[in-house]
Design a protein around this ligand. Structure first.
Ligand code: NAP
Length: 294
């Protein structure tokens, strides 16, 4: 079998154009321009690239992008003071603090300081708790985008066996909550899971969010399964050239799976598109306007 390749780039483009149209309508009908503040502390090269793309796509969708660049030596006190100002600013509807933060800053404290209504990353414990208890919440962007990709080939996830490898607060756990909300039967696997290949072979829908290049082999996949590869691993090939690999061995897995996301061009583009969706949702909720169905 040769798997259908799920084109995350094209699906993300479609989502971004729906967001752009809705932002234009909100401006016209409600006089609302969603504003997203993006805070980068230090100059981690990967973070700088991500933040640059987020700002560019926010502006391209017609929203206000409000950049804040702080030096590597910024104190936790100063970062918390900036967040307090952004929380109080009526023009700012979403606040994103790019992770990782330098070691002198406690990430958990910073995440908890963001107004949960402006928490477009969905990392605040209140949003995590709301998601877990089935209340409306701002949901982390990568899990949100990953579910959209799964549903592009499996419109109903009800009753399917879903396996998520990885239990981080930013990917694995919220992904499992979203799958439960879709009525999937969910298994969360992690580094202590016994016989991971056998657990994966049960999955009609397999998500890999591990951070280990090509760990998931073709032999781990149930024939016809849908495979969503969240991993982004930077590796250097034999010629010394850098490239990105997923957590799934793509060529092998595509021989067995029914559908699979590539890396790059799968989950990655959906993450930023989902951030734009969250920014529109946050702005509408703050202004007491019904959020568009995106
Ligand atoms: P993380 O916080 O490092 O979590 C990794 C998870 O994988 C942990 O739960 C860990 O288990 C599990 N794990 C590690 N080694 C394992 C093994 N040998 N067998 C089974 N499970 C294992 O990483 P993350 O932030 O969730 O990110 C995961 C991947 O997604 C990374 O490649 C990251 O770059 C990528 N990512 C992509 C996007 C995107 O936009 N596409 C966004 C975020 C992250 P324990 O809990 O037991 O340690």
């Amino acid at each position: 079998m040769t798997a259908r390749v799920i084109d995350g780039k094209a699906i993300a483009e479609g989502l971004r154009s729906r967001v752009t149209a809705e932002v234009a309508r909100l401006g016209r009908e409600q006089g609302l321009t969603p504003g997203l503040a993006v805070v980068l502390v230090g100059s981690n090269p990967a973070s700088s690239v991500y933040v640059g793309s987020k700002e560019k796509q926010t502006a391209a969708a017609g929203m206000r992008s409000i950049p804040h660049r702080l030096t590597e030596t910024t104190s936790e006190h100063d970062l918390l003071a900036l967040i307090a100002r952004l929380n109080a600013d009526r023009e700012v509807h979403g606040i994103l603090v790019q992770l990782p933060l330098p070691p002198q800053i406690d990430s958990a404290r910073v995440i908890s300081a963001v107004d949960p209504r402006k928490d477009v990353d969905g990392f605040h414990p209140i949003n995590a708790g709301r998601l877990a208890t089935g209340l409306p919440a701002l949901v982390p962007c990568t899990p949100l985008g990953s579910i959209m990709l799964a549903k592009s080939v499996m419109p109903s996830l009800a009753g399917c066996e879903a396996v998520v490898i990885g239990r981080s607060n930013i990917v694995g756990k919220p992904l499992a909550q979203l799958l439960l909300a879709e009525n999937a039967t969910v298994t969360i696997a992690h580094s202590r899971t016994r016989d991971l290949p056998a657990v994966c072979r049960r999955a009609d829908l397999l998500f890999a969010a591990v951070g280990r290049a090509e760990m998931v082999r073709g032999s781990w996949i149930k024939p016809g399964a849908v495979v969503i590869d969240v991993g982004i691993n930077r590796v250097t090939d034999a010629e010394g050239k850098g490239r990105l690999l997923g957590d799934v061995a793509l060529a092998e897995a595509a021989e067995v799976a029914g559908a699979i996301t590539p890396v790059p061009g799968g989950v990655g583009p959906m993450t930023i598109a989902s951030l734009l969706v969250n920014s529109v949702r946050a702005a509408c909720a703050l202004e007491g306007i019904a959020a568009p169905d995106l």
